[in-house]
Write a protein that binds this ligand. Structure first.
Ligand SMILES: CC(C)(COP(=O)(O)OP(=O)(O)OC[C@H]1O[C@@H](n2cnc3c(N)ncnc32)[C@H](O)[C@@H]1OP(=O)(O)O)[C@@H](O)C(=O)NCCC(=O)NCCS
Length: 233
């Protein structure tokens, strides 16, 4: 189970998987996949990325199966309009939410009975022009914050913002199609509180005002954020 920067709400658990040995795990994971997922894995050209993705899906099924009292391969998963997987109503677990993220050799899986969740992990890629990327993808104030940072802090700030923003749109379920420029992560500076406020001036129709964000503790060359939309609001 992952270590994180502070206590998460009751009912929320995050696991971190090291995917370095995903190829070796290929035979094992197929025990947990649905028939459709097994067929897809067999049909696709084997790549490390596909093997890792299958391992994450198998781990997710194992965790959900335990939570639902079902065999992993029988857990009924459905896709939302923007591709967010969730439990089908037939699982009889209306309050059980989950989300996964994977990057390079690390994956995070979160199960929640406290509300919808989104999680994002990213390995830092040092050669990227993060100022240009931030200007293209972030709000102006966030892009300026990345540009103002220097040295290694710039890369860290970019990825901290990126993960926070992706976690938000994944908790929401609409994904990046929602538009990463349409909202602002309010406390992006390194060293600030783990709980980062989000303002969404143009989306007063959503419960995002209550959205909670946590930086998660992951290996040094990664950033990761968990977003929770509490059910009670
Ligand atoms: C989900 C999304 C943020 C992926 O981010 P990423 O950093 O590339 O990948 P991650 O590893 O963090 O997350 C992938 C997992 O998120 C989950 N996911 C997929 N769509 C999701 C969504 N709309 N909301 C929340 N979670 C989603 C899936 O479990 C997926 O893993 P799987 O396919 O192996 O099951 C991005 O692909 C997205 O927004 N997709 C929605 C569709 C969309 O808006 N497309 C527009 C393209 S311009």
């Amino acid at each position: 189970m992952i270590a994180h920067a502070g206590a998460l709400p009751t009912g929320v658990t995050v696991w971190r998987l090291d995917l370095s040995d995903a190829e070796a795990a290929r035979a094992v994971v197929s025990d947990y996949l649905s028939a459709q997922e097994r067929a897809q894995l067999a049909a696709d050209r084997p790549t490390p990325w596909r093997a890792r993705r299958a391992l994450v899906r198998a781990a997710l099924r194992a965790l959900l199966g335990e939570a639902c009292g079902l065999a992993g391969q029988d857990v009924p998963l459905v896709l939302g309009a923007n591709g967010k997987p969730s439990l089908d109503a037939s699982a009889g677990q209306p309050d059980l939410h989950f989300n996964v993220s994977h990057s390079a050799t690390q994956a995070l899986l979160v199960l929640s009975r406290a509300g919808a969740v989104g999680v994002d992990i990213e390995r830092h890629k040092a050669r990227r022009d993060v100022v240009a990327l931030a200007q293209a993808a972030f709000s102006p104030v966030e892009a300026a914050s990345v540009s103002a940072a220097t040295g290694g802090a710039r890369l860290g700030r970019f990825y901290r913002l990126w993960c926070a923003k992706e976690a938000c749109v994944k908790a929401d379920g609409r994904g990046v199609s929602l538009g990463l420029q349409r909202f602002v992560i309010a406390s992006p500076a390194a060293g600030s509180s783990r709980l980062v406020a989000v303002s969404l001036p143009d989306r007063n129709d959503t419960p995002w005002a209550a959205l909670q964000l946590w930086d998660l503790v992951v290996p040094d060359d990664y950033s990761a954020t968990l977003a929770i939309l509490p059910t009670s609001l």
